[in-house]
Each structure stands twice: as C-alpha cells, then as structure tokens.
Design a protein around this ligand. Structure first.
Ligand SMILES: Nc1ncnc2c1ncn2[C@@H]1O[C@H](COP(=O)(O)OP(=O)(O)OP(=O)(O)O)[C@@H](O)[C@H]1O
Ligand SMILES: [Mg+2]
Length: 307
C-alpha cells in the first residue's frame, strides 16, 4: 500500500539562519499511529507545520494522500486535521459555531449530525452553546480537536495533545485517538509523555536537533534497545567495584549500597550465574536482588543524550 504521507529530503531553514529540519525522509503508513518524540526545540512542531503546509520547506517534498503540500496545497490541506500545540481560537465564540465554521473553511457541506456526534464523542455536547473562554483548559483542548476533525480529515496531527491535561482526560483522549484510528484515520502525535508513546504508538520517531535519528516499530525498538538490569542490594556498602569484578558491566550506586548489572535480555548467556559465583568467592553478600526491564523512557533518554 502507498504511504499516506511521503516526505523526501525535507529541509527547513528559518530566516534567522537556524537549520531546523535536516534531510528528513519519512513515510507514514495509512492507518497507523506514529509518535514523534524529541526534546524541546528539536523540531517537532516545525516538522508538523511543514507537513501541513503552514510553513514552507526550504527544500524537499511532502506528499499527503497523493497531493504535494506546496503545489497542491488546498487539496493536501483538506486531507489533514491539525491540533496545534498552542491553543488558538476565538474565545468569544461558542463551541458549536467554532466547530461548524472550521468545517465551512474547507468547503465541506454543512452536516449537523456529524458535528453533534463529534462533540458527543469528545464529551463536549453539553457545552455546545458555551463561549469557549468559559471552558476549562482541558475542554478548550478538546474543542481544538473537534475543530481539527470538523472537515473529516484522513490524517490527524496532534501536537502535544495531552500537555497539561489530567490523567483521566488523558486516558479518554487515548481512547478517542484509538477510536479514530479504528475508523481509518492516520494519526501523528508529538508528546513529552513517553508513557503516551509507549501506550499508543505503532511506530516511533525520535528527532534531535532537526535530525530524525530513529524511526522504528515500537515493539522492535523496545526489544532491540531494551536492556535488563539486575540490582543487588549489598549487606555491606562498597567503596568501589572490586578489581576482580572490573571486567563485568557493573556500576555502583553513589552510596555504595547497590551493584547494578546490565545485560541483554535476549542473549542466551546473561552471565548472571557466573557473576553471583564471583560475588560469593569474594565474600560480597547481598540482601536482595531485583531485576527490571528498560522502559521506552530509558531508551529515549539514552538516544537523546548520545551525541
Ligand atoms: N518561526 C520561527 N522562527 C525562527 N526559529 C524558529 C521558529 N519556530 C521555531 N524555531 C526554532 O526552531 C527550532 C525547533 O523548534 P520547534 O518548535 O519545531 O521545536 P519542538 O520540537 O516542537 O519543541 P517543543 O517540544 O518545545 O514544542 C527551535 O530552535 C526554535 O527556536
Ligand atoms: Mg513543539
């Protein structure tokens, strides 16, 4: 199947000279949820704005559902719904009028039943005649989602959809995003909540200083880069790792009370039995041992830190 979005050699330089996107190549599959991760200022919003045709690329092309986002802007844009990072809407308008207006902007015929369903799905229907300025922050964010979906786009961009949203609403949003995906909408979201990417995404992209440094299926990523950790709580704190153990991938916690051994969970030979024998030989006793698998968060932190 043709990817729904195809990005080739995309570069963006701002007037300031900042090279915000560097040779981005990326294809988004139809019907997937793609999560874009990266630290502040990495270029996530710039990438989204450029794909949506809001910001012009300095070079390279973006094709959205068969339409070039520069030369065929209107057709491409009609396929896309965008929930921007910053709330931007007329606060004096009512919810219903705002959402209807957004649909009209794309030249779509009026469809009150669709708009009502959309607002009901977002738990906003009982607020449909309220002025937006009277809503809470989380409700305003949901209005932005309703606006983005008003013209029934095939592709939805969510730029930090759950920033500042409480846990319960975040879960509701995840539910809603999955529902959209089940209806065939392709979703690209950015987030700082790794937990969100871990929970929602089919694939993950990591961007750092304008470069897309990794694109991977979520499960593959966690398997490939996942390490396991064995933590041994020692009976007696150590001042340093004994020379006899220097060949092992061990670190000592700052207070010397725990030894941490990292190993590849997919290897047949973890080396744990051997390590435990060595500890015993050298009279290092431990009270307890715990094992844990690295999370997407650990993987992300190590990717972004590495230069
Ligand atoms: N309109 C602009 N003019 C000049 N530079 C800009 C503009 N918008 C963004 N930048 C710069 O481009 C870089 C990427 O910014 P961008 O907003 O894309 O980051 P981000 O990954 O979305 O960050 P955050 O997680 O904080 O939202 C930053 O260095 C930013 O200062
Ligand atoms: Mg941003």
């Amino acid at each position: 199947m043709q990817p729904i979005i195809s990005i080739q050699q995309l570069n963006k330089r701002y007037a300031s000279g900042l090279h915000a996107l560097k040779d981005i190549d990326l294809e988004i599959e139809r019907g997937e949820i793609f999560a874009l991760l990266g630290p502040n200022g990495a270029g996530k919003t710039t990438l989204i704005s450029t794909i949506c045709g809001i910001s012009r690329p300095s070079s390279g092309t973006v094709i959205a559902d068969g339409h070039d986002t520069v030369s065929d802007y209107r057709a491409a844009r009609a396929k896309i719904g965008l929930v921007p990072q910053e709330l931007s809407t007329d606060m004096f308008e009512t919810v219903l009028a705002t959402v209807k207006f957004s649909r009209g902007l794309f030249g779509k015929p009026q469809n009150d039943a669709y708009i009502e369903k959309l607002l009901r799905d977002l738990s906003l229907w009982d607020k449909h005649s309220a002025k937006i300025m009277t809503l809470s922050g989380g409700m305003k964010r949901r209005v932005m989602i309703a606006k983005a979906l008003a013209h029934e786009p095939q592709i939805l961009f969510l730029d930090e959809p759950t920033a500042g949203v409480d846990v319960e609403l975040r879960r509701d949003m995840w539910q809603m995003v999955r529902g959209l995906r089940d209806n065939g909408v392709t979703i690209i979201l950015t987030t700082h909540y790794i937990e969100e990417a871990e929970e929602m995404a089919d694939r993950i992209g990591v961007i750092r200083r304008g470069e897309l440094i990794l694109v991977e299926d979520k499960h593959t990523l966690m398997e490939k880069l996942g390490e396991r950790e064995l933590r041994l709580q020692l009976q007696q704190p150590l001042a340093s790792i004994p020379v006899a153990l220097s060949g092992y991938p061990l670190t000592l916690t700052e207070d010397g009370s725990e030894l941490i051994y990292t190993f590849d969970s997919h290897s047949d030979h973890t080396g744990i039995a051997e390590l435990l024998r060595k500890l015993d030989q050298h009279g290092i006793d431990f009270r307890n041992l715990r094992s844990r698998e690295s999370s997407l968060e650990d993987i992300f932190v190590s990717l972004v830190r590495a230069s």
